[in-house]
Design a protein around this ligand. Structure first.
Ligand SMILES: [Fe+2]
Length: 181
């Protein structure tokens, strides 16, 4: 079962997401849907409904977690699975770190949402490089934190290569308005 856009927006309101996190999520959904639609045109079979719902809801519990310091990927997954959205919960649970190793022969909804989140800084589409330098500035307080972000950055470049090898466009083309909503 996958909630439609209207239901996602209702949930976002119900769980009291901060305005800026909602704006971020809407932009992530645009990027993820664009990528998924373009991949499908080239023969992939990505569930657009799943990509849209998981993008909209990926930070559903982040506002709460800013206070509790819990892992919002984990609590978001838990909440969504608890209300019957099992698959959406799985994707949300992997929006920070992917569970499976990168399989070069296939692309998953998890990877698309994870990647789209890393291309949107606040509510603006940026190159990975800019997103990670911002993350390192904000969260890279010691060696361990920087290593953590470096690992994440390496992983996501692998996903970027795989996606754009199929799309045959430059990752930076996402920076320009592409006429998608
Ligand atoms: Fe997040």
């Amino acid at each position: 079962m996958i909630p439609n856009r209207k239901e996602c927006l209702r949930l976002m309101g119900e769980y009291g997401m901060l305005e800026n996190i909602i704006a971020h999520s809407l932009e992530v959904a645009k990027v993820a849907l664009f990528i998924a639609t373009e991949l499908n045109k080239r023969g992939e079979r990505i569930s657009l409904d799943l990509v849209e719902a998981a993008s909209l809801l990926h930070d559903l519990t982040k506002t709460e977690c800013l206070k509790t310091k819990e892992d919002h990927a984990r609590t978001g997954a838990q909440l969504l699975k608890g209300i019957g959205y099992e698959r959406v919960g799985e994707v949300v649970g992997q929006h920070i770190w992917l569970k499976k190793e990168n399989d070069p022969s296939s692309i998953s909804e998890e990877e698309i949402v994870n990647y789209a989140d890393k291309r949107v800084m606040h509510d603006r589409i940026v190159p990975l490089e800019e997103r990670f330098s911002d993350l390192k500035e904000r969260y890279g307080r010691d060696r361990e934190a920087i290593d953590y972000l470096d690992r994440m950055e390496r992983e996501i470049y692998g996903i970027e290569q795989k996606i754009f090898f199929i799309l045959k466009i430059d990752p930076n083309d996402l920076l320009h308005p592409l006429g998608f909503v």
